[in-house]
Design a protein around this ligand. Structure first.
Ligand SMILES: Nc1ncnc2c1ncn2[C@@H]1O[C@H](COP(=O)(O)OP(=O)(O)OP(=O)(O)O)[C@@H](O)[C@H]1O
Ligand SMILES: [Mg+2]
Length: 150
């Protein structure tokens, strides 16, 4: 499996990766984020949202799905960390082909319902301000995007 590793040395460099990915956006893009607490998943999501023209991202701690409809494409931001039951039908899958961009924090927790074609990003904490982002594309479209932004 192809992997693309990027080290960021501060929050802004992680935001820059998100902005680069946003420039490759398309309807039904799915980005799955995994990694420890405080590794940068929300920072990434906020950077992506900002590039879409969405400014107010509230962290969906108790709401699993937040929809933002005022950007260049709709953004569906999910944080499935507190999902009670993976098989619980809260309609997550319906978002994958709704025409927007879906970004899922802690996506591994719902691995069984993720679309086959998607971009996985693993965040690793390697220092106080350093993070390693491992991009794992699933499908040709996502592979081209990784090649374009690296
Ligand atoms: N290189 C970096 N990239 C991203 N964030 C960084 C970096 N260096 C330091 N940080 C800090 O790490 C924290 C990342 O927090 P963030 O909320 O994005 O984590 P998270 O992965 O969403 O955590 P959670 O699993 O709790 O939702 C922020 O306080 C941010 O300022
Ligand atoms: Mg978060």
């Amino acid at each position: 499996m192809e992997e693309y590793k990027i080290t960021t040395h501060n929050e802004n460099e992680t935001i820059a990766i998100a902005q680069n990915l946003e420039s490759e956006k398309f309807p039904n893009m799915v980005i799955c984020l995994n990694g420890d607490l405080g590794s940068g998943k929300t920072v990434f999501t906020k950077g992506f949202a900002h590039a879409l023209g969405i400014d107010e991202i509230t962290s969906p701690t108790f709401t699993i799905i937040k929809e933002y409809l005022n950007g260049e494409l709709p953004l569906y931001h999910m944080d499935v960390y507190r999902i009670e039951d993976k098989t619980e039908d809260i309609g997550i899958e319906e978002y994958f082909d709704k025409g927007g961009v879906t970004i899922i924090e802690w996506a591994d927790m719902i691995e069984d319902i993720l679309p086959e074609e998607r971009l996985d990003i693993k965040f690793k904490i390697t220092g106080e301000n350093t993070r390693v982002l491992v991009l794992i594309p699933h499908g040709d479209k996502y592979t081209s995007i990784c090649e374009a932004i690296i």
